[in-house]
Design a protein around this ligand. Structure first.
Ligand code: 13P
Length: 250
């Protein structure tokens, strides 16, 4: 009932020629994939050329962030309608690197989600605990407040569009993946909390796992009931690796 979504977060990687070359290669490799939704999130400068390159293919494009205002004196920021204008249909919001290095909070995440939804963008909202929080046994408390405060005050229709990504900070770029059981436990918890907020909407909500997902561990993760896809950093940068991730079930 929930169609899997395999998403690549390229972070601050790839120039325009590098980004276009990779999608050119990838789109042929995965042209026959219909049972998995595919999303790539390049840097802002590469969004428009990459979106042009994938037009008519099964690859969706998303930004890695946005600002909630529509326009004006906000130097360095990019508005939701500018992101749709560049050819995007998705946007990542509240990635742990933005929370850690750029001061994102549950409050800014909430504003960004609302702005994204009102411009017709699908937000991919990231939540996840740090290593210290896991060791201090506050994982569920942290996740619960990120979900309750970050994704609050939406209509049911809006809530149904949101994609949630569980990315334990200790597993990002470290090669240390959460075990499928560890991830499943948190995914089921997120679905329960989201269900308390938005009722039956939660059953249809896609919850992605992120943190050192690679071709060798993707299928074990995807077997878990509440894991509906991946949000992948490092392994999304090469066409052949990302192809293997998209085709995890084959
Ligand atoms: P890695 O796949 O490189 O661990 O990054 C995960 C991530 O942060 C995706 O948003």
């Amino acid at each position: 009932m929930r169609k899997p979504l395999m998403a690549g977060n390229w972070k601050m990687n790839k120039t325009i020629p590098e980004a276009v070359a990779m999608v050119k290669e990838l789109k042929g490799k995965i042209a026959d994939v219909k049972d998995v939704d595919v999303l790539l999130c390049p840097v802002f400068t590469a969004l428009y050329p990459v979106a042009n390159e994938v037009k008519g293919s099964n690859i969706n494009i998303g930004a890695q962030d946005l600002f909630w205002e529509a326009k004006g004196a906000f130097t360095g920021e990019v508005a939701p309608n500018m992101i749709t204008d560049a050819g995007c249909s998705f946007v990542i919001i509240g990635h742990s690197e933005r929370r850690q290095y750029f001061g994102e909070t549950n409050e800014t995440v909430n504003k960004k989600i609302k702005a994204a939804l009102s411009s017709g963008l699908i937000p991919v909202v990231c939540v996840g605990e740090t290593l210290k929080e896991r060791e201090d046994n506050v994982t569920f408390k942290v996740i619960e407040s990120q979900v309750r405060e970050g994704i609050k005050d939406l209509s049911k229709e809006e809530a149904a569009k949101v994609v949630i990504a569980y990315e334990p900070v200790w597993a990002i770029g470290t090669g240390k993946t959460a075990t499928p059981d560890q991830a499943q436990e948190v995914h089921a918890f997120i679905r329960k909390v989201y269900g308390e907020m938005y009722g039956d909407v939660a059953e249809g909500t896609r919850i992605l796992y992120g943190g050192s997902v690679k071709p060798s561990n993707v299928s074990e993760l995807m077997k878990k009931e509440d894991i509906d896809g991946g949000l992948v950093g490092g392994a999304s940068l090469k066409a052949e690796d990302f192809e293997a991730l998209v085709k995890y079930g084959k």
